[in-house]
Design a protein around this ligand. Structure first.
Ligand code: ACO
Length: 334
């Protein structure tokens, strides 16, 4: 053995760099797009380090239509008595559908997803919410409610699909956890599909909860009022920066604005990128569809009551709406 073999760092890999994620394009001629995760600590621990392997590469590959997963682990050498010996496949299988994933056998995986593509009809099981065009292609947004995913005896194909896809949530959103599918709840998932190819572009999970804020009014109201919360929001890395996130956010906002039972749109733990997307889209919406900019320009003082009235009409959260007002006043040089 070379002396360097005894240097511990030789056997150490960053799990954020060793894990290569790929999506196989809908068009077979275009091949695969490879990218790295943002987070792997839920899988490999807080140090995001894997010890005991040399030249480690973990290939986690998905078909962009069926999301049929494939996993293959490659390395030059494995340290026999490494302590703790990290079993990479076991660690990953905690987060992947064990009965569905194909390990190592690449041609079996290609055959399986190629065949599955022929029958793929997940969008038809959802409710179409919106359609938009970007870069000359058409995309459709479909809503699926978690409680509808379960049929009486059989697992719905949507559940199977979701179990393939959900790992992207923990790989790209900090502190995210999996939805509890057994929980008969008010969770919904909205997917974006490329209309022509059925490639899945991104998704968001949302939760609807009753508005308890005003007890008396709540008791008197015949109709229940809800808040909608965006919980996990992700555009698959190869498709980011093409406006898909904005289209998804705008579609949800429009849907909820028109729905009389919804009083407010909230967001769970938004990160900086999401705040940015939300601010840009909220400001654009306020500028294009309301008199808010013009009214603020004319006013000398802005009362809290007036702001609250506007806020409730736009169904935006208090903190968010105050931020927007501040940004508009800055823009107007006020
Ligand atoms: N051509 C070129 N650029 C464009 C186009 C276009 N047609 N449309 C928009 N852009 C630009 C935007 O101006 C924006 O630029 P900026 O970053 O300089 O402001 C940028 O592209 C991103 O805007 P979108 O394309 O609308 O957003 P995207 O589809 O990339 O989605 C998101 C943004 C959701 C944050 C995505 O990057 C992502 O999934 N990240 C990883 C997961 C994540 O962080 N999710 C949010 C966690 S918080 C939560 O879940 C509540």
């Amino acid at each position: 053995n070379a002396a360097s073999d005894y240097q511990p760092q030789q056997w150490e890999s960053s799990s954020n760099e060793a894990l290569k994620i790929s999506l196989i394009s809908a068009d077979a001629n275009e091949g695969a797009i490879q990218f790295l995760p943002n987070f792997t600590y839920p899988i490999f621990g807080d140090s995001e380090t894997i010890y005991g392997y040399k030249d480690l590469v973990i290939h986690l590959v998905f078909d962009s239509i069926t999301y049929k997963p494939f996993l293959n682990v490659k390395y030059r050498e494995k340290l026999a008595d490494a302590d703790p010996q990290v079993d990479i496949i076991d660690k990953l299988l905690n987060f992947l559908p064990v009965d569905d994933i194909i390990l190592k056998d690449e041609s079996k995986w290609v055959d399986t997803f190629t065949e599955e593509r022929q029958q793929f009809d997940i969008p038809s099981l959802g409710e179409k919410v919106n359609e938009y065009t970007s870069d000359d292609e058409t995309f459709s947004i479909y809503k699926f409610s978690i409680s509808d995913f379960f049929t009486k005896d059989n697992k719905s194909p949507v559940i199977k699909y979701w179990e393939r896809v959900q790992i992207f949530t923990i790989l790209y959103i900090e502190a995210a956890t999996y939805l509890n599918l057994k929980d008969e709840s008010n969770w919904n998932v909205y997917f974006i599909f490329n209309k022509a190819t059925n490639a899945m572009i991104g998704y968001t999970t949302t939760y609807q909860y009753w508005n308890y804020s005003n007890g008396i009014k709540f008791d008197q109201d015949d109709k229940l009022k809800y808040r909608e919360k965006i919980s996990q929001f992700i555009i698959m890395p190869p498709y980011q920066g093409h406006g898909h996130g904005s289209h998804l956010y705008q579609s949800l906002y429009k849907k909820w604005l028109q729905d009389e039972s919804i009083i407010e749109l909230t967001v769970e733990d938004p990160n900086e990128q999401f705040d940015d997307l939300r601010d840009r889209n909220d400001l654009e919406m306020l500028y294009n569809t309301s008199d808010l900019f013009r009214n603020l320009e004319k006013m000398d003082t802005v009362s809290d009551d007036w702001i609250e009235l506007q806020r409730s009409q736009f169904k935006l959260e208090k903190r968010q709406f105050n931020r927007l007002i501040e940004m508009i006043l800055l823009y107007l040089n006020k």
